[in-house]
Design a protein around this ligand. Structure first.
Ligand code: SAM
Length: 261
């Protein structure tokens, strides 16, 4: 989950409709929302599930303590660093180039599959190696094809690493602050089911459009591969059938997208 970071600002995106309020009357008000969301996450998670909370230096220490209270110290798995490279630097601080992702398991039975990333060492020359707790993935630049205009949109590459590592194939991902739907699209791409909430109707509109686009593209790929495998045969190929059932899962993600208040 990628909640508002409590920046004390209005987050603005591409158009006047692409924005959300990240001003809070107090630190306590932000934490109060987070406590309620973490309590619900704890309630609905399976024993094999886990929670990942994306935040930054403003709230990560507060949220770590809340997570320990709710999930237990023994279930702390990782404090991940997302090192994103892009962004400005101010004259009175070190340049801020990372966010924090706090990873807690629901129980000791949590599912995990270490993600593989290309090695950066000269010796291994790009061969796959297990990802460390520092994820070096570029932020989305302004010209990127995947950018949809929502402020604070996260890169699909980051969410694919997290979803692939923490949710088994066919499992369910819940993102209670889905924004433009990056987590939901990552889940759909990896064959996981997903449910997204957001307080902003505009965010739900963008998330729905992105899921539809994914749906359309995968149906087109399936048609092309079915035609290549059996030209002229009328009944759908296994890959077409698989794609249709994947589409239904994505559609159910869409119908579940709603607000949390
Ligand atoms: C950091 S953004 C999420 C961005 C998202 N990960 C993406 O890639 O587009 C936080 C989201 O929380 C939503 N939000 C703020 N307060 C909320 C609440 N009480 N319940 C649900 N969503 C809320 C905002 O509308 C915003 O979309």
């Amino acid at each position: 989950m990628d909640p508002p970071f409590a920046t004390g600002t209005r987050r603005r995106g591409r158009t006047a409709r692409d924005r959300f309020e990240d001003r809070w009357p107090s630190r306590e008000a932000h934490l109060d929302l987070m406590r309620r969301v973490l309590a619900e996450a704890h309630r609905v998670l399976r024993p094999t599930g886990s929670v990942l909370v994306h935040c930054d230096f403003r709230s990560c220490h507060h949220l770590w303590l809340e997570l320990e209270r709710r999930f237990g110290e023994a279930n702390a798995v990782n404090h991940l660093v997302w090192s994103y490279g892009l962004g400005g630097s101010g004259p009175r601080s070190f340049a801020r180039k990372h966010d924090d992702i706090l990873f807690f398991a629901r129980s000791e039975r949590y599912w995990f599959e270490a993600p593989m990333v290309p090695s950066r060492s000269r010796r291994m020359a790009g061969a796959p190696k297990k990802a460390t707790d520092v994820l070096e993935i570029p932020a989305i630049n302004n010209m990127a094809f995947e950018r949809c205009g929502w402020p604070t949109q996260k890169p699909l590459a980051l969410l694919e690493v997290l979803v692939g590592a923490c949710c088994p194939p066919g499992g369910v991902v819940l993102d209670p602050f889905c924004g433009s739907g990056t987590t939901l699209v990552a889940a759909a791409r990896l064959g996981r089911r997903a449910i997204g909430f957001d307080a902003s109707p505009r965010a739900i509109e963008l998330a729905t459009a992105r899921l539809r686009e994914f749906d359309g593209a995968s149906a087109q790929r399936a048609r092309a591969s079915a035609a290549a495998a059996a030209p002229g045969v009328g009944s759908p190929s296994p890959s077409t059938r698989a794609s249709r059932s994947r589409s239904r899962r994505v559609a159910s993600s869409r119908s579940a997208a709603t607000t949390l208040r």
